[in-house]
Design a binder for this molecule. Structure first.
Ligand code: PGA
Length: 243
């Protein structure tokens, strides 16, 4: 069984002063029985590189280098000290028009740089309400997860778009249905798909984490807002350790 994973996505939040939160978290979880990944803004990656946690970027370009002003390559993230990178977060899909092919290309760039890609998928509220959630998941899995994905180089994060930053969380049955579906698709397609970690993301908090982690095939969480403060992220890590 792969270790469970508590991942924090700081999004466009965090200055050097915020590193104090990570130092507090480090003291509290220096012998954690789960993996802990922090994805700070790229400006803080090198300052985090000696921490006990795994450190990740939030996005990378699909090319290794070149004329792409403002972008960051997977090699650059690795060089700064990252071991992971998020690809296909819904905010990238929405704000930057990233489609599944772009996300697959970014994930391949991550593999080439020896980074683990945390590939994010999830339906919008409209898709949930018109009953196409599982079809959307199938399309995103097929299009954004490369054939070269393995349980080592890939983590899947299921994040319903309507649950991100809204305080709304799917029912446990809804989470269970989608995670079981993703697991089936992964085992159908990859020889080690049973060991590929599937995270749930979207309004995870200390108060709902234990219930979510008890759902089969939930191997951890991708946490936005509640990962910014040690006092908020710590109970989520503790709940995952007990799951
Ligand atoms: P949230 O964000 O925990 O603030 O809902 C999750 C994410 O976007 O990864």
């Amino acid at each position: 069984m792969p270790r469970k994973l508590a991942a924090g996505n700081w999004k466009m939040n965090g200055l050097r002063a915020s590193l104090e939160e990570l130092k507090t978290l480090e003291k509290r979880h220096d012998d954690a029985s789960v993996d802990i990944l922090i994805c700070p803004p790229a400006t803080l990656i090198s300052a985090c590189k000696d921490m006990l946690f795994d450190i990740g970027g939030q996005d990378c370009h699909s090319a290794t280098s070149g004329a792409h002003t403002g972008d960051i390559s997977a090699d650059m993230l690795a060089d700064a000290g990252a071991s992971h990178v998020l690809t296909g977060h819904s905010e990238r899909r929405t704000d930057h028009g990233e489609d599944d092919a772009t996300i697959a290309a970014k994930s391949l760039a991550a593999y080439a740089a020896d980074l683990t890609a945390v590939i994010c998928i999830g339906e919008t509220l409209e898709e949930r309400e018109n009953g196409s959630t599982l079809a959307v998941i199938d399309t995103q899995l097929a299009g954004s997860v490369p054939d070269a994905a393995t349980a080592q180089n890939t983590v899947i994060a299921y994040e319903p778009v309507w649950a991100i930053g809204t305080g709304k969380v799917p029912t446990l049955d809804q989470i269970g249905e989608v995670h079981a579906h993703i697991r089936q698709r992964l085992t159908d397609r990859f020889s080690d798909g049973g060991a590929m970690r599937i995270l749930y993301g979207g309004s995870v908090k200390g108060s709902n984490a234990a219930d979510i982690f008890a759902v089969p095939d939930v191997d951890g969480a991708l946490v936005g807002g509640a990962s910014l403060k040690a006092d908020d992220f710590s109970p989520i890590i503790a709940a995952l350790e007990k799951a």
